[in-house]
Design a protein around this ligand. Structure first.
Ligand code: TYC
Length: 102
């Protein structure tokens, strides 16, 4: 279909444009047992942060109870949560990771 094809007064490309996907925040939650270094490693491994960024987010979670790791489409956010939860369980840490619609 050409760009010139019209429906009503709208060009086809305008009429069929889709909404952006809903985005989800991925958050880490604080607990009293997971080692700070483990949380830093999680943020580096699954959220592609350097050590400085990861340390800043870890301390924010430690001091404020929760902290933002990233914002992603639903399937990507769900995969991050699953990866973090599995990695934490595999190492016997209670670290919790959740997603929330933006
Ligand atoms: N509060 C933990 C401690 O003092 C560190 C920690 C930080 C745990 C962030 C979880 O998401 C977390 N060892």
């Amino acid at each position: 279909m050409t760009k010139q094809h019209q429906h009503g007064s709208l060009l086809e490309a305008e009429r069929t444009r889709v909404a952006p996907p809903p985005m989800y925040r991925v958050l880490l939650l604080n607990d009293d047992f997971t080692p700070m270094e483990f949380v830093i490693l999680v943020l580096m491994k699954f959220f592609s942060m350097d050590r400085e960024q990861a340390t800043r987010i870890m301390l924010k979670v430690h001091n404020e109870g929760r902290g933002l790791c990233g914002i992603y489409p639903k399937d990507v956010a769900a995969t991050k949560v699953e990866q973090v939860c599995t990695f934490a369980r595999d190492h016997q840490h209670p670290l919790a990771c959740v997603m929330e619609e933006n």
